[in-house]
Design a protein around this ligand. Structure first.
Ligand SMILES: C[S@@+](CC[C@H](N)C(=O)[O-])C[C@H]1O[C@@H](n2cnc3c(N)ncnc32)[C@H](O)[C@@H]1O
Length: 347
């Protein structure tokens, strides 16, 4: 069993050491044209990307949102030297419109979203995210939430558990795992990460065919369910695009295929490709009357950007990262789509 990290209070160097942001160079380059304005880092975590952006320009202002108070406290401490150019906000990024309204803003120049769990959360045994440390089966990123992973594991029906583990973990052995969980909890409630990991390992038996730990998918599924990570993601993407100033940029990093699928499809929808009228690219002023698709953005990444081998070697957590980005089209009909593409292509 790995030893959990010691508590680090609000030491900014600890934040730097324990969470390595992924694809930092790519994020800064994609957002470079926005560095004279305001960028919202919707998942500021311990502030790695935010610090890189603040360092890249003396003008940029970063609004850093996170619903994890512990992470935000570290980001606040780390980014104190940037004064009021960094604005920490403890909230769910799905409340973007209200958060901006509170700041007196209707649009911003850049939006960054780096989804998933941070090393801070994973490595803190007491947060209960990891099967590598003994801890309470919690997994709440926002501790104001009331439902923990233990609540789900101990109360859902066998069928609902199997569906959850299959849907959010894409776990082929979901049924077997759910059956084992229900059998184990009939003896006594499942309270800790290690208890659950052992149940999963026993249920999956010797069928470990990949390098990943047998409990990885089950833990991912529970984490997604506890934090309702996928629900509202589409609506959030719509709202984020609406809040971008013309020429503003949206950069999205995801870590599993479920998130990436939602992002890919929604971005495609906002490029104006609509399924009802078959691949028509529509102007924003004339959206599809059925589904509302219109060209609101131009993609800056035809395919997702992946971390280099060197980055993955240095930071294994980066291995499943996928980055997609787009630039907001001006609403004016005077500006042609070709002009938007040309502007987006220029550095
Ligand atoms: C991968 S980490 C981000 C790390 C950050 N980019 C850095 O450089 O330190 C993801 C963060 O997003 C936060 N998060 C996830 N979903 C959120 C949501 N809906 N609202 C606010 N924060 C969220 C998590 O609490 C976590 O701190």
């Amino acid at each position: 069993m790995r030893q959990p990290l010691p508590s680090w209070g609000s030491n900014p160097d600890a934040a730097r050491a324990w969470h390595r942001p992924v694809l930092v160079r790519e994020v800064v380059e994609l957002l470079r044209p926005c560095l004279d304005g305001t960028i919202v880092d919707c998942t500021v975590g311990t502030g790695g990307h935010a610090e890189a952006l603040l360092r890249a320009s003396g003008h940029v202002r970063v609004i850093g949102i996170d619903w994890d108070e512990e992470a935000l406290a570290l980001a606040r401490e780390r980014l104190r030297p940037y004064g009021d150019r960094f604005v920490p906000v403890h909230d769910d990024f799905k409340h973007l419109a209200e958060i901006l309204a509170r700041q007196g803003l209707s649009t911003v120049e850049g939006i960054l979203v780096d989804l998933g769990v941070s090393s801070l959360q994973l490595e803190r045994a007491e947060r209960g995210f990891s099967f590598q440390f003994e801890g309470p089966l919690d997994m709440r990123m926002d501790r104001r939430r009331t439902v923990t992973a233990a609540d789900l594991v101990n109360t859902l029906s066998e069928r609902d558990l199997a569906d959850l583990i299959f849907r959010y973990g894409e776990e082929p052995a979901a049924r077997r795992i759910a059956r084992a969980i229900v059998r184990a909890r009939a003896q006594r409630p499942i309270r800790t990460t290690m208890e659950l990991a052992e149940i999963v390992v026993r249920a999956v038996g010797g069928r470990r065919t990949t390098r990943i730990h047998p409990a990885t998918r089950t833990f991912q599924a529970l984490r997604i369910a506890v934090n309702e990570e996928l629900s509202g993601l589409e609506d959030f993407l719509d709202a984020a695009i609406e809040r971008l100033a013309p020429g503003g940029r949206l950069v999205l990093i995801s870590f599993h295929s479920l998130e990436d699928r939602v992002i890919k499809h929604r971005l495609r929808f906002h490029t104006g490709r609509c399924d009802c009228t078959r691949w028509t690219v529509r102007r924003e002023a004339e959206p599809c009357p059925q589904c509302g698709a219109a060209r609101r953005i131009v993609l800056l990444t035809r395919r997702a950007i992946r971390p280099s081998e060197a980055e993955v070697r240095e930071n294994p957590r980066a291995r499943s990262a996928k980055l997609r980005a787009g630039v907001r089209c001006p609403m004016s009909r005077e500006v042609s789509e070709d002009q938007v593409l040309a502007r987006a292509a220029s550095p």
